[in-house]
Design a binder for this molecule. Sequence first.
Ligand code: MRU
Length: 351
Amino acid sequence: MIQTLEWTDSGVRFIDQTKLPTEETYVTCKTHEQVADVIRNMVVRGAPAIGVAAAMGIALGVKNSKAENGAELKKDFDQICEVIGKTRPTAVNLFWAIRRMREKFEYLRMRPLAQIKQALIEEAQRMHAEDIAANQAMGRHGATLMPQSGGVLTHCNAGALATCGYGTALGVIRAAVEQGKKIHVYADETRPFLQGSRLTAWELMKDGIPTTVISDNMAGAMMKQGKIGAIVVGADRIAANGDVANKIGTYTVAVLAKEHDIPFYVAAPFSTIDLETPDGSKIPIEQRNPREITHIGGKQMAPEGVEVENPAFDVTPAKYVTAIVTERGIARPPYGEALRKLESQHLAVST
Ligand code: MRU
């Protein structure tokens, strides 16, 4: 399995996703500030991977702390969380991870400092393992929705590289292929950062899953030609009513799917579901550097000084989503009810 990120004795190690597919290189962060930089610069990206990277960044910062007592460590902890929390605003997994690490920290507050440091490292590693298990469970649930054979379209990269392994949307595809389904993936290239052509195609080819890359503006034509039997994408944040924030261009794909009567599935772990945000209009959308639009491979593609918009995500209204696949089961409309039910069933089991 691809090691997207891992805790090592010398720091947090990441595969550098800005260099793929032509170079497979790794970056080791030795401080939480370096972890914040690799999240911001998209060396690591994808909502679940960002969440676990944040947790490991916090564990690293606390490990490096020179604090001599609990009060000093608390001050350092808050400052570390602030740095990590200012990296990328849309993927709720980042804030979920900070909250989970904070809860662990508060629970351990009175313990010796060395014990707190060790427990936070273990918590981040537990989150890493849980993420892979969640993806495999999502795969088992979601594979049942995939066609027996034919084209499945995906947008961006919701694969092993966007998670700690296996993937969400690509996990569903992987599980379907493992069950013997003959799936051919159509990967939108995903302008401007090209996660589809650079990352999705790279990891699917490594697994020997047939893949065709198309530019984003070809998706409608592929659907019209009958080449696409289902669509599965990941998510950065799902609001309580089922509205889905995901990579820019997802909304267009969902509207096209409706027109062509193609099921549109979203696969995401519960750490991506934000029941505190009532609907998609309240989800903060990250705006990125205009240079991602005006330049390709360092070459200028638009006139100097032209106005540019570069929202990294859009929101697909729940009405376009056929089902949401989670590790706890499949949610179907009305999502407000279905998501709350999955949440309360889980709380009942874990208490
Ligand atoms: O900007 P990115 O590359 O972090 O955006 C990633 C996506 O939009 C993914 O589809 C989403 O995070 C789900 S990843 C399992």
